[in-house]
Design a protein around this ligand. Structure first.
Ligand SMILES: NC(=O)C1=CN([C@@H]2O[C@H](COP(=O)(O)OP(=O)(O)OC[C@H]3O[C@@H](n4cnc5c(N)ncnc54)[C@H](OP(=O)(O)O)[C@@H]3O)[C@@H](O)[C@H]2O)[C@@H](O)CC1
Ligand SMILES: Nc1ncnc2c1ncn2[C@@H]1O[C@H](COP(=O)(O)OP(=O)(O)O)[C@@H](O)[C@H]1O
Ligand SMILES: [K+]
Length: 475
C-alpha cells in the first residue's frame, strides 16, 4: 500500500522522530537519498552541470546538502539563492566546502541555460501554494531552456495537502519525497506536476498515523480479490444485475456486461430493452436476460435521457443490495443514498451533479469527490488519469496505475461492469471501486502495450489483469 499523509501529520511524526536522533540526522538521510536519485537520473554525476534553486527553508537545505554530495562526486554545482540572507547556513557551507558556488544574480540565465539538471529546493511542506515572483522568474528560465527538474520533497508551488496547482508552480520530471507520500503527489493535477515519485525512507514510518489517502499496489489488490473455493457455486460467487443500454446506445449494454464477465462472479443478469438484450445474448450466451435475485446492481451506462429510465435507477436503489450508478443513471440520483452505493462519474458528470463548472472539478478533484461522497452518502469514484475513490466515512483511495490509452469510448462502461462484479462478489464500495479501477487500468496497459485499444480490448484483458495481480502476490 502506498500511503500519503497531511502536512500536520508529517510535522508531528517528524518531531517525534527527531527527539530520538541527533540533530541533522533527518536532513542527512533526505539529502543522501536525494543525491542518489539525482545520480540515477543523470546516469552519473561526474562532469554534469547541476543548478540548485534554493529557498529559505529546510527544503533548500536538503537541496544544498545534496548538491554538496554531487559536487564531491564530480558534478559542477551552482546554487541560485532566492533569499541569500536566509539561505540554509549549514547546507550552503557544505556546498561551498565541496567546491560548489553561488550564482551571481546577473548570471542566473547563463547558469540555467547550460544546466543538465535543476534541483527544485524552493519550498517543501512549509510552502504556500504558488510561487513568489523571484522563484517564478527562475523557473520560467528553466522551462524556457527545457532543463529537467528533480523536485525536492514536492514540486514547489503545488498545494501539498490537496494536489491543487494554482499557477505558477514547478513541473518536475522526478520528485524525491521524504518519509511518506504527500497527498498532492498522488492526486491530480499535483500528481502530473510531480512526474515520477521516488520515496526516500527517513525512518518516519513508526510515527505516522492512519493516512489521509491510500493507493493500492498489485499485492494489495490481490489480497482483496475474491476467488472461488471448492465449496463455491455460481450463486455463492455472486450474481450481478446489469441495467444498461437503450435502443439508441446498445453498445453500453454489451460493454458493461463484458466488464462484469471479466470479474470474479458467478452469473450476470441483463435487464433492458429488447434490442440491447438481443445483442448482449448474441455476444454472451451465458448471460441470463430478465429480472431475478442479484447480489448487486450496475445501473446507468447508456440509459439515455428518457425520463422513464429514472425508474430503473430508483428500482435498483430501492433493492437491498449494493448498487453502482454510472453515466446517465447519475442524473437520477437526487436524494442522499442509503445502503452501499458506488457512484462513478467522470469530471463532467460530477460537475453537473454538483452544479459547478467542469474546470473547477478538474482543478479540485479531491475536494469535489469528497464533497459528493458526503452529499450523497455514497462512495464516489471520480474517473481520470488518477482516479479518486472517496467514501462517505472519509477514507480516500487514489489509483495511479494505468495508461492514457484507456481513455477511449465505452471504457467507462467496462469499468462499471468490473466494479459491479466486485460488489456482487462481496467487496465494499471503496474496495470494489479501487480494486476495479486498478484491474481496469492494468487490463488497459496489458492490452495496449503502448498502442491504441478499444473498450472491448480492455474487457478482454481483464482476466489477464487478474492473473497479473495474483502473480504479484505469488498466489
Ligand atoms: N518533514 C520531515 O520529516 C523532514 C523535512 N525535511 C525538509 O524540510 C522541508 C520543510 O522545511 P520548512 O519547514 O523549513 O519549510 P520549506 O518548505 O522549506 O520553506 C518554507 C519557507 O519558504 C518560504 N515560502 C513559503 N511559501 C513560499 C512560496 N510560495 N514561494 C517562495 N517561498 C515561499 C517561507 O519563508 P519566508 O521567506 O517567508 O521566510 C517559508 O518559511 C520539507 O519539505 C523537506 O524538504 C527534511 O530535511 C527531512 C525531514
Ligand atoms: N489520462 C488517462 N489515463 C488513464 N485512464 C484514463 C485517462 N483518462 C480517462 N481514463 C479512464 O478512462 C475511462 C473513461 O471513462 P468515461 O469517461 O466514462 O468514458 P466513456 O463514457 O466513453 O465510457 C475511465 O476509466 C477513466 O478513469
Ligand atoms: K521543492
Amino acid at each position: 500500500m502506498r500511503t500519503a499523509h497531511s502536512v500536520v501529520q508529517i510535522r508531528a511524526a517528524e518531531a517525534a522522530l527527531m527527539a530520538t536522533v541527533p540533530d541533522g540526522t533527518l536532513m542527512d538521510r533526505a539529502a543522501t537519498g536525494l543525491a542518489t536519485a539525482c545520480v540515477d537520473f543523470l546516469g552519473g554525476a561526474y562532469g554534469a552541470d547541476v543548478v540548485i534553486v534554493a529557498g529559505s527553508g529546510a527544503n533548500g537545505g536538503d537541496a544544498l546538502y545534496a548538491g554538496a554530495r554531487l559536487a564531491r562526486r564530480g558534478a559542477r554545482v551552482a546554487a541560485i539563492l532566492l533569499d541569500p540572507g536566509k539561505a540554509h547556513a549549514g547546507g550552503l557551507a557544505a556546498l561551498r566546502s565541496a567546491g560548489g558556488h553561488v550564482v551571481p544574480e546577473d548570471e542566473r540565465e547563463d547558469a540555467v541555460a547550460r544546466a543538465d539538471l535543476v534541483l527544485d529546493g524552493i519550498v517543501g511542506i512549509g510552502g504556500k501554494p504558488g510561487l513568489r515572483p523571484e522563484a517564478a522568474a527562475v523557473m520560467e528560465l528553466v522551462e524556457r531552456y527545457d532543463v529537467p527538474v528533480v523536485a525536492v520533497d514536492v514540486p514547489s508551488g503545488i498545494d501539498v495537502d490537496t494536489g491543487e496547482t494554482p499557477e505558477p508552480h514547478v513541473r518536475a520530471a522526478v520528485t524525491v519525497t521524504f518519509g511518506t507520500h504527500k497527498v498532492g503527489l498522488l492526486v491530480d493535477p499535483g500528481a502530473s506536476a510531480a512526474g515520477v515519485v521516488h520515496l526516500v525512507d527517513i525512518g518516519l514510518g513508526p510515527y505516522l498515523p492512519d493516512p489521509v489517502v491510500e493507493s493500492l499496489q498489485a499485492s494489495d489488490v490481490a489480497a482483496l480479490l475474491p476467488a472461488p473455493d471448492r465449496t463455491s457455486h455460481k450463486y455463492t460467487r455472486g450474481v450481478l444485475g446489469v441495467v444498461a443500454g437503450s435502443d439508441q446506445y446498445t453498445g453500453a449494454a454489451v460493454l458493461a456486461v463484458s466488464g462484469a464477465l471479466g470479474g470474479p462472479l458467478g452469473m450476470v443478469r441483463y435487464v433492458g430493452p429488447d434490442e440491447p438484450a438481443r445483442l448482449v445474448r448474441a455476444r454472451w450466451p451465458e448471460v441470463v436476460a430478465g429480472e431475478g435475485r442479484v447480489q448487486a446492481w450496475v445501473v446507468g451506462s447508456g440509459l439515455g435521457d428518457a425520463p422513464e429510465r429514472a425508474e430503473d435507477v430508483a428500482r435498483a436503489l430501492a433493492d437491498d443490495v449494493p448498487v453502482l450508478v454510472d453515466a446517465d443513471g447519475l442524473r437520477h440520483v437526487l436524494a442522499r443514498c442509503e445502503g452501499e452505493v458506488l457512484l462513478t462519474p467522470h469530471e463532467g458528470e460530477l460537475a453537473r451533479m454538483l452544479e459547478v463548472e467542469r474546470s473547477n472539478v478538474t482543478a479540485r478533484r479531491l475536494h469535489y469527490a469528497c464533497e459528493a461522497a458526503d452529499r450523497w452518502n455514497a462512495t464516489v469514484l471520480l474517473k481520470g488519469a488518477t482516479t479518486v475513490v472517496a467514501s462517505p466515512n472519509g477514507r480516500v483511495r487514489v489509483n495511479s496505475v494505468g495508461t492514457p490509452w484507456v481513455a477511449t469510448a465505452g471504457s467507462g462502461d467496462v469499468l462499471s461492469g468490473i466494479c459491479g462484479a466486485l460488489l456482487a462478489g462481496g467487496l465494499s464500495p471503496l474496495d470494489a471501486g479501487s480494486v476495479g479501477c486498478f484491474l481496469h487500468e492494468t487490463a488497459g496497459v496489458l492490452a495496449s502495450r503502448g498502442g491504441p485499444i478499444v473498450a472491448e480490448d480492455i474487457a478482454a484483458a481483464l482476466p489477464d489483469a487478474y492473473r497479473y495481480v495474483r502473480a504479484a502476490e505469488g498466489t
